[in-house]
Write a new protein. Structure first.
Length: 252
């Protein structure tokens, strides 16, 4: 199985080192690619280097705190699984974070057994999601042109857009550099992979709103890859200029 990439954000140096060591000792698949003391550093890394599979973040940090970081990651990288680290006095903030599609939270001091159990659950979830990806053609056996790669990846996205997909997931599936894939995909399709995925999802959502009127907005969002109905409504409005409910009310 491919590595599970992890970022840990925590402004207490001792706790940061301890968490990184415990995560990497739990299973060789977990690779901590960044340990940071503030949220701004995390966003810069994710933009220029790598988007992780998992993000562990403290609530109170300088420059950009955990709530701000979670909000930005949920907006720009919704496939990242987010876990909050908080103290008892920050429980109210942790509850606020849980409303932003956060998987779970760990109370300080973090107990090794709780961390191991959470990581075990996350590993099974990620393995299951990756196994569910249906690839129409693995790019093996010969050199492929950029156009062939893009066509194969586009077919793959069409078959899997309802699953949680990130550029890194797709690039790993085809053993292609993520940055290179993004550039050639934009060149041959006119859209970035993320925009291509969103377009497919929005078109399917409009179809479901028109043809499956018995489905709730939440059910339609889940069907097209957005398990959070609030995030689905926001993306739908950005794409169409109206919420799913407004769109549905205007149908004949």
């Amino acid at each position: 199985m491919n590595p599970i990439y992890v970022i840990v954000a925590e402004d207490e140096p001792l706790l940061l080192r301890t968490l990184v060591n415990q995560i990497q000792r739990t299973d060789d698949l977990f690779q901590v690619v960044l340990s940071a003391s503030d949220g701004e550093s995390v966003l810069r890394f994710m933009k220029s280097e790598r988007v992780p599979d998992l993000l562990f973040t403290d609530i109170h940090m300088p420059v950009l705190d955990g709530i701000g970081l979670i909000r930005a990651v949920e907006r720009d990288y919704p496939a990242v699984k987010k876990i909050v680290i908080s103290g008892y006095s920050e429980f109210e903030y942790a509850q606020q974070a849980l409303k932003m599609n956060v998987i779970d939270y760990l109370l300080k001091p973090v107990k090794i057994r709780e961390l191991e159990n959470l990581l075990s659950m996350l590993k099974m979830t990620i393995e299951s999601e990756r196994a569910a990806l249906k690839s129409p053609s693995l790019l093996t056996g010969r050199q492929y042109t950029a156009e062939e790669i893009v066509k194969t990846v586009a077919d793959f996205i069409k078959n899997n857009y309802s699953l949680e997909l990130s550029l890194e997931d797709i690039a790993r599936q085809f053993n292609v550099n993520a940055s290179h894939l993004s550039k050639i995909f934009l060149k041959y399709t006119g859209e970035a992979p993320s925009k291509y995925i969103m377009s497919l999802r929005m078109n399917e959502a409009k179809q479901l709103l028109s043809l499956k009127k018995g489905l709730s907005i939440k059910e339609i969002g889940e069907a097209v890859g957005y398990p959070d109905p609030y995030y689905f409504s926001r993306i739908f409005k950005q794409s169409t200029g109206m919420t799913p409910t407004e769109y549905k009310s205007r149908l004949p």
